[in-house]
Design a binder for this molecule. Structure first.
Ligand SMILES: *Cc1c(COP(=O)(O)O)cnc(C)c1O
Length: 431
């Protein structure tokens, strides 16, 4: 199977972490997202151990919680002793509600409002990742009014193109995020920041993109950032303590994609950092990474019930499910790859090529095209694999469809972590 936590049992049903997914669908209803907690913990530990080992003392992962933000996840991440990256006051609120110590949080966002800045300072967020200088001015002023000094990183664009989907490329010079190195604006920003009294510059951040399988763009970005740290040291006498390399390592969604060895990935990046720090005679900074997708994606699958099956002779076949773009907009947004299977009939021959369609009034509401399945019947349970990242966190109520329930599995036991939305939830804010 695609990942080691997936299997097939004696009833020819799909299993996740050894649990029969069809019986979960019967118990909890569909659409249903099921998370394998051990997998999340394994992924967190893998990054934590490899980063400490290859990057050295103080180096650590931060879970990019925009991939999946809810109280349950923040509790699991806290238990594993891993920090987080946040991109909004809503994520910050959720983390605080979950009892997460936000000293171990880095707050991102290319447009932090004054309210966001005030709220984050009030909550004691450890670091702000500053996107632009007007924001820096406000952080400095608001911190001054509170009589404190706020630690920050500056987000820079190293000018690296990781050759992933354009919508998830973020480190190029013309990106909406961060401050460009190649235009000289980063130098000006460093000089400006070092003069501020109520922010403390702890280092630099870059994030080149997402779903990247090749280690080279990460090595290039690391080398470029180290050389930038050296040039800043020379020009301003300031040596960065932290280098945050962002997120982006790829995840296997379909058989033809590789399963990345994240530890080997980290070891390779570390060799570039060692080489470049030695070349410039720099002290090795603490290296941070912000994996999101590769922490949660393969922990989860989504179960749906098949409704209509439509054959258009000479054209194509449609299999309609009781969810779609409201719970998984990624195919509509990015034509993302997914593996789809008929969880209730895993041994049957997949001789029916079809398009899996959601229930929204949108022709673009598709989950995947050209999917080989056994010809499904109404009532069969269909599974979409590897849905832990950017599915629930991107979910909407389009067409007034309630968001699905999310359950987690731990030691063979299932328990709910996000309640299924009710119709009453849909009208809760209607006046
Ligand atoms: C989205 C994002 C991440 C996480 O990216 P993944 O591809 O999910 O690992 C990390 N850092 C920043 C700044 C991001 O915007």
């Amino acid at each position: 199977m695609l990942h080691t936590n997936l299997g097939i049992n004696e009833k020819n049903h799909l299993t996740l972490a050894g649990v029969d997914t069809v019986s979960l669908a019967e118990t909890y209803g569909t659409p249903l997202m099921v998370m394998d907690e051990e997998r999340i913990r394994r992924n967190l530990r893998l990054y934590k151990d490899a980063m400490r080992r290859f990057f050295g003392e103080g180096s650590r992962p931060l879970f990019a919680s925009k991939a999946f933000s809810c109280k349950y996840i923040y509790r699991v991440v806290r238990e594993e002793g891993v920090g987080i990256d946040l991109v909004s006051s809503g994520e910050l609120y959720t983390a605080v509600e979950a009892g997460f110590d936000v000293k171990n949080a880095f707050l991102h966002g290319n447009n932090k409002t004054d309210d966001d800045i005030r709220y984050a300072i009030e909550c004691g967020v450890g670091h702000f990742v500053v996107d632009n200088l007007t924001e820096l001015d406000r952080i400095d002023e608001i911190a001054a009014a509170r009589g404190l000094v706020q630690p920050i990183l500056l987000r820079l664009t190293p000018g690296i193109d990781p050759h992933t989907h354009a919508a998830i490329t973020t480190g190029k010079v013309d990106s909406k995020f961060g401050i460009a190195i190649e235009t000289g604006q980063a130098d000006a920003a460093v000089a400006y920041t070092l003069k501020k009294r109520n922010v403390r510059l702890d280092g630099f951040h870059c994030h080149i993109g997402s779903q990247i399988f090749d280690v080279k763009p990460f090595c290039d970005a690391a080398a470029l950032m180290i050389s930038y740290i050296a040039s800043v040291k020379k020009a301003f006498g300031y040596e960065a303590k932290i280098l945050n390399l962002g997120g982006g390592p790829g995840v296997r969604y379909i058989e033809s994609q590789p399963e990345l060895d994240y530890a080997a990935f980290i070891e390779k990046i570390a060799s570039f950092i060692d080489r470049e720090t030695a070349r410039y005679n720099l002290k090795k900074p603490e290296i941070l990474m912000e994996p999101g997708r590769s922490i949660v994606a393969d922990s989860c699958l989504t179960l749906y019930t098949v409704g209509g099956v439509k054959e258009i002779p000479g054209f194509k076949n449609y299999v309609s499910i009781d969810g779609g773009m409201p719970d998984n907009p990624r195919y509509a947004l990015y034509q993302s790859d997914y593996t789809v299977c008929l969880a209730s009939r895993m041994a049957d021959k997949p001789d029916f090529l079809c398009t899996v369609a959601g229930r929204c009034c949108e022709s673009g509401d598709l989950i995947q095209e050209n999917v080989p399945l056994p010809r499904p019947n109404r009532g069969d349970i269909l599974a979409v694999l590897v849905t832990g990242a950017y599915n629930y966190s991107m979910a909407s109520n389009y067409n007034r469809i309630p968001r699905p329930a999310v359950i987690a599995l731990r030691n063979g036991e299932a328990f709910p972590v996000i309640r299924r939305e009710s119709f009453a939830d849909l009208t809760r804010n209607d006046l």
